[in-house]
Design a protein around this ligand. Structure first.
Ligand code: PLP
Length: 365
């Protein structure tokens, strides 16, 4: 789009941003949709959270608590974290945008990993900063490559751990090595959106590092394990100085009252969390086995999704996606992540995964 010189002009770089495209929700022509394109919780939200959301409908004329006090207290109690070091946001997405706005601008660099979450480079560009991608190996963030990509202009480093869309993760020692290799004035943001799903013993979502250092923040979300994606609710645990920055630049009422109420109830429903984790673990293992048996590639995943690679040039990821869509199964293409021969498939219920496996078997036959 070109604008005439007389119209208002956006800041340099804004029109180079390719807007983030979310997963599809509707399948053309098919009368059902199995939605496996956005890593949503197939069990839905906790019934306690739904109840709290409904109850919040009676107070829609009231402004929310701008400090999300009760919710932060509940998060702090559940996670063993100091409440004054937590900020809630309208999804962790808002917190990513705010952190970049607070710490990077024109002339600055924001570092991330090659197949890292796409929101990081988009947020960097929106702030006028330059996104810099460090090469990965085996679809996993490479600490040495990240450290080698740090320049005098680097202001922050984003690491999704586990990473979406690859499903890989770095153990606590690797993340500590990354932190220790960074200049103290570079902010390391650990995005642990899928932390609750990870069962590996050497994994830490980041709280240990945040507690020990002044330049580490950890992001979490209610969108995945708690099944509250529609409400937009996330939080960050960070150093005092970063919390202060976020509280200065965030909107005074950035988290809605229904979101706060539902989030509070969700934290209280640990059974729902446990059921969600167990269902994902069982279906992820079963699905990966089936995919490998079909002759497709499936790197190990610790999230609630599986990356699937289609090695046969006669049976492409794009064609598989179209075939699945024709059967009402929606999955995510990976071209925008530099992985055009892959699809990312969210782990759904047992019958959802049966549909995917059957669809892939038919496609490959
Ligand atoms: C899904 C996801 C989020 C969560 O975003 P919200 O804005 O909280 O819904 C954050 N980071 C990564 C890597 C994700 O995959």
């Amino acid at each position: 789009m070109t604008l005439s010189k007389k119209s208002p002009q956006p800041r340099p770089g804004i029109l180079e941003i390719q807007p983030y495209v979310g997963g599809k929700a509707k399948a053309k022509g098919a009368n059902r949709a199995i939605r496996l394109a956005s890593n949503e919780n197939p069990l839905g939200a906790s019934s306690a959270a739904i109840e709290a959301f409904r109850a919040a409908a009676n107070s829609l004329h009231r402004y929310p608590d701008g400090g999300a006090t009760q919710l932060r207290e509940a998060i702090g109690a559940a996670e063993g974290l100091p409440v004054d070091r937590l900020v809630c946001g309208a999804g962790s997405d808002e917190l990513i945008q705010l952190l970049v706005r607070g710490y990077a601008g024109p002339g600055d660099e924001v570092l991330y990993s090659q197949h890292g979450f796409l929101v990081y480079p988009l947020a960097a560009m929106a702030a006028g900063a330059r996104p810099v991608a460090a090469t990965e190996h085996s679809l996993t963030a490479d600490v040495d490559a990240l450290l080698a990509a740090v320049s005098a202009r680097t202001r922050m480093v984003f690491l999704a751990n586990p990473n979406n869309p690859t499903g890989s993760y770095l153990g606590r020692q690797a993340v500590a090595r990354l932190r220790n290799g960074l200049p103290e004035d570079v902010l390391l943001v650990l995005d642990a959106a899928y932390a609750e799903y990870v069962e590996e013993a050497d994994y830490d979502a980041g709280a240990e590092l945040v507690a020990a250092h002044e330049n580490v923040a950890m992001l979490r979300t209610f969108s995945k394990i708690h099944g509250l994606a529609a409400l937009r609710l996330g939080w960050v645990y960070g150093p005092k100085a970063a919390i202060d920055v976020l509280n200065r630049i965030r909107g005074p009422f950035n988290v809605t009252a229904p979101a706060q109420a539902a989030g509070l109830a969700a934290i209280g429903d640990s059974d729902h969390v446990a059921r969600s984790v167990a269902s994902n673990a069982a279906q992820l293992a079963r699905f990966r086995e089936a995919v490998l048996t079909l002759g497709l590639e499936a790197p190990p995943s610790v999230g609630n999704f599986q990356l699937v690679r289609f090695p046969d040039p006669a049976k492409t990821a794009k064609a598989a996606k179209a075939r699945l869509a024709g059967e009402g199964v929606l999955v995510r293409g990976m071209t925008s992540y530099g992985l055009p021969d892959c699809l990312r498939i969210t782990i759904g219920l047992e019958e959802d995964m049966d549909s995917v496996i059957e669809g892939l078997r038919g496609f490959l036959a």
